[in-house]
Design a protein around this ligand. Structure first.
Ligand code: KIV
Ligand code: ZN
Length: 541
């Protein structure tokens, strides 16, 4: 880590940051979140997410698990180098090689954090690690001491802490702090805890571990029983001052504690918790949309805070109340999470200047070249669609950003479908500068499009793992946003496409996923980018 590395004392880390008590938000969307089955993020996408998280004033971004793959290493390295004003963390098992690789990936960060962990529960000791308690204690000492020789800021986690013997857990924590850990993380790895019991555990740690005043207590809760946010909030009440969470709650199995839910609960119920975070909550929707587009996981409509219906009122009684006073049925304002009332200000007569001002207002960043291309697509959409909503612009922007650096480019599509058949698609694509035309029949128009693309660019080992269509705004002229997931020999690639025409959006999404897959093949030749399966074999996290 560079010479500007500062000693990170616990007091700078939440207990009395800026002279006031607050909860530190540790975002693990790009590490634990990326461990969601079917979720993959490439380095450019991770950089995009990291910038949005930094802008949202997240305190710590866990950018990856560097030993797990070249892709993870590169993501941590680039984020450490390019995203400033936020602490970057990297995960490592209790092994020298892991810790050294994490330190190397964080080398260009300003005071990066090495996050090392080992399991402490009897289930994991017996069945995974095949180690006894004394061996675990020795591994804690060795790993934390080595991590501290590489970084001032070291976090130690007790995997499966909530199912561990508490006396043994306390001894491990004490050792980790003695060896220099400044944050102690207590994961409910399998989502087994319930709020009262989890709060008791945190309280006991705060009262019984003799040197706990030298570290910040952190919690990391999984959502198997739907209690991740409840457990995290109970832990805050009991003295935890760091919460680990992910945008949209993505993560292993049922996911992790949702960032937006825990942050808004602390803000909305400040009367009860009397403690808050530094998060700029107005950026929540932007982060949610970006993570959803990149991960390919559509947010359920009734999801708290960021679901499409979270601020919608359907029943007459509710609408009547809302018109009289919003406080009757709303405990937070839509503006507080970055939702503006959709305004129809742009249409087919709007010019480049108005568009770029609107994009700026919505926080969508676009360079001059991208703006030209974006403007052309905006005009095409405005020609077909009566009203352009903010959501349409978000969808177009996501679609444009995911399509940069493509080797296969979409040019045009003609489809014949309907009850009488044949179901046929003709695609015109550009592959590394050369134009190709292919027609294919299929079992329905979507299949015909995929077959035609396969004819232009054969990829026999890849199969379609997910096809999802979602309307960006209401009405029959809504834009469609399509997600396609392709899998090839354990590699997974998610692609997105947006268009007024669902079939065009489908072709765009497929081509986007294919471009990512092709990119991965290229990179995996010498450096062996770890597939999802390889990562699982390595980690057990
Ligand atoms: O769930 C878990 O225990 C983890 C640790 C690595 C922190 O993700
Ligand atoms: Zn986890």
């Amino acid at each position: 880590m560079n010479s500007q590395t500062q000693k990170h004392s616990p007091s700078q880390n939440g207990k009395q940051a800026n002279g006031k008590d607050r909860v530190v938000i540790f975002d693990t969307t790009m590490r634990d979140g990326e461990q969601s089955p079917g979720c993959v993020m490439n380095v450019e996408e991770k950089l995009q997410i990291a910038r949005v998280l930094a802008d949202m004033r997240v305190d710590i971004i866990e950018a990856g698990f560097p030993i797990a793959s070249e892709g993870d290493f590169e993501a941590v390295r680039r984020i450490s180098e390019e995203v400033k004003g936020v602490k970057i963390a990297a995960l490592a098992r209790a092994a020298k090689g892991d810790i050294a690789r994490a330190g190397e990936a964080l080398a260009k960060s300003d005071g990066g954090r090495i996050h090392t962990f080992i399991s402490t529960s009897p289930q994991h000791l017996v069945h995974i690690l095949k180690m006894n308690e004394e061996q675990i204690l020795e591994a804690v000492r060795d790993s934390v001491t080595y991590a501290r020789s590489l970084a001032e800021d070291v976090q130690w986690s007790a995997q499966d802490a909530s199912r561990s013997d508490s006396e043994f857990l306390f001894r491990c924590i004490e050792e980790a702090i003695n060896c220099g850990a400044t944050t102690i993380n207590i994961p409910d790895t399998v989502g087994y805890a319930v709020p009262e019991e989890f709060a008791d555990l945190i309280r006991e740690i705060a009262n019984k571990v003799p040197n706990i005043d030298k570290a910040v207590i952190s919690v990391h809760c999984h959502n198997d029983l739907g209690l991740a946010v409840g457990n995290s909030l109970a832990a805050v009440m009991a003295g935890a001052r760091q919460v680990e969470c992910t945008v949209n709650g993505i993560g292993e199995r049922a996911g992790n504690c949702s960032l937006e839910e825990v942050v808004m609960a602390l803000r909305t119920r400040h009367d009860l918790y009397k403690i808050g975070t530094e998060i700029k909550t107005e950026s929540i929707m932007k982060a949610s949309r970006l993570v959803s587009a990149i991960s390919g996981f559509v947010v359920q409509p009734n999801k708290a805070i960021v679901g499409k219906n979270a601020f919608a009122h359907e029943s007459g009684i509710h609408q009547d109340g809302m018109l009289k006073n919003a406080e009757t049925y709303e405990i937070m304002t839509p503006e507080s999470v970055g939702l503006k009332e959709t305004q129809i200000v742009l249409g087919k007569h709007s010019g480049r200047h108005a568009l770029s001002k609107k994009l700026e207002e919505l926080g969508i960043e676009m360079g001059d070249n991208s703006l030209n291309e974006f403007f052309t697509r905006f005009k095409a959409l405005a020609d077909k669609k009566r009203q352009i909503y903010d959501e349409d612009l978000f969808a177009l922007a996501e679609d444009s950003s995911v399509r940069s650096n493509e080797i296969i480019r979409f040019l045009s599509l003609q489809v014949q479908c309907g009850t009488e058949g044949p179901q046929e698609a003709q695609v015109r694509l550009e592959v590394e500068g050369t134009e190709h035309n292919q027609t294919a029949a299929g079992n329905g128009p979507v299949d015909a499009i995929f077959q035609a693309i396969r004819k232009v660019y054969p990829h026999p080992d890849a199969h379609l793992a997910l096809y999802q269509v979602h309307a960006v705004t209401g009405g029959t002229d809504a834009q469609a946003e399509v997600t396609v997931r392709l899998e090839e020999e354990g590699r997974v690639a998610n692609g997105q496409g947006a268009d007024h025409d669902t079939l065009v959006a489908t072709a765009r999404a497929y081509i986007n996923a294919l471009n990512k897959l092709v990119g991965k093949r290229g990179r995996s030749a010498p450096g062996a980018l770890a597939s999802k399966e390889e990562k699982v074999a390595l980690g057990g996290v």
